[in-house]
Design a protein around this ligand. Structure first.
Ligand code: ADP
Ligand code: MG
Length: 291
């Protein structure tokens, strides 16, 4: 690659809001045959809202929200913010909680007056020893709509099933279609529930889904994709950094966390996933001129 054509390519990229932090990313991007996307905050807006609240035992809706908000007030997770927002909208005071502990990739555990409180996905319920089998069909129906089921247990009893919905970015479908036109396979890698991830993937026309991936597993998911060709990974979160580093090319959403931006070679300044296909097109054009 001649320095001049790289310079022209990165300059053209800047006009499109594509920041190439390294010149050699242009060459490696031109060779990519699979693009893996993080879901939350990358394909979706990363601002979920509470859509469903089903009491499954003796607790009322307000009691459930009071407990959930108390515990989630100690969490930085986007789902936590959604639950706090719902409690605030209903004017519900937080229940007192102690010893909140994050369960990586699953949810959290806390101590409340009535005992141990568990909030999160099926994995969190497994840690609680709570049996979700009687309510699984209910959760699957929510997940089939692309919503994330969030369970709550007191000690080892399931007391609530909630669902949170994170709107898909308006450009996400076009972003996937443009990559398909470029002959590239598209995958999603997410910590979210499998059925939820699959529903979102179906809506976007995504080919492959790696769901229920624990934070430390995102790198392995990228390595798996690499068996089929050179991989670009697109993400926004702290937990995407290892996958961004492991991919042949890492692309960070410019509105994402600094940690993701530092780990990436390309930054999509506009936060718009269609930038991936634009960057790919640019890289191929530059490499064609060089050859
Ligand atoms: P992602 O951000 O891709 O969903 P995470 O690893 O952060 O991945 O979380 C995986 C899953 O664990 C979430 O989809 C959710 O079901 C559950 N979870 C994590 N943190 C919380 C939390 N604070 N409250 C409720 N559920 C949570
Ligand atoms: Mg994300």
């Amino acid at each position: 690659a001649t320095p001049v054509s790289i310079l022209v390519g990165t300059g053209r990229g800047a006009e499109l809001g594509l920041l190439f932090r390294r010149g050699d990313a242009l060459q490696r991007l031109s060779e990519v045959s699979i693009v893996g996307f993080d879901k939350t905050g990358t394909l979706t807006q990363g601002a979920p809202a509470l859509t469903d609240l089903h009491p499954l035992a003796e607790l009322s809706e307000d009691e459930i929200l009071a407990l959930a908000a108390g515990a989630e007030s100690r969490s930085e997770h986007p789902l936590a913010r959604a639950i706090l927002g719902a409690a605030e909208a209903r004017g519900i005071a937080h229940a007192p909680v102690k010893r909140v502990k994050a369960l990586s990739g699953k949810g959290l555990r806390a101590q409340v007056e009535a005992g141990k409180l568990w909030i999160g996905n099926a994995g969190a319920m497994a840690e609680a020893g709570a049996d979700i089998a009687p309510f699984r069909a209910q959760a699957e129906a929510l997940a089939a709509k692309g919503r994330t089921p969030v369970w709550m247990a007191l000690e080892d009893r399931v007391v609530a099933l909630m669902a949170l919905s994170d709107p898909i970015k308006p450009e996400a479908r076009a972003a996937v279609a443009a990559l398909h036109r470029a002959g590239v396979e598209v995958a999603m890698v997410t910590g979210d529930t499998r059925a939820t991830a699959q529903a979102v993937a179906d809506e976007l026309g995504i080919d492959r889904v790696e769901a229920e991936v624990l934070p430390e597993g995102k790198r392995d998911a990228v390595e798996t994709l690499r068996k089929s060709g050179a991989v670009a990974f697109v993400g926004d979160g702290i937990n995407d950094a290892p996958a961004l580093a492991a991919a042949d090319v890492g692309l960070a959403i410019g509105t994402g966390t600094d940690v993701a931006i530092e780990a990436a070679e390309v930054v999509l300044m506009r936060g718009d996933p269609t930038g991936v296909a634009q960057a790919l097109g640019l890289s191929r054009a530059v490499m064609r001129n060089i050859k």
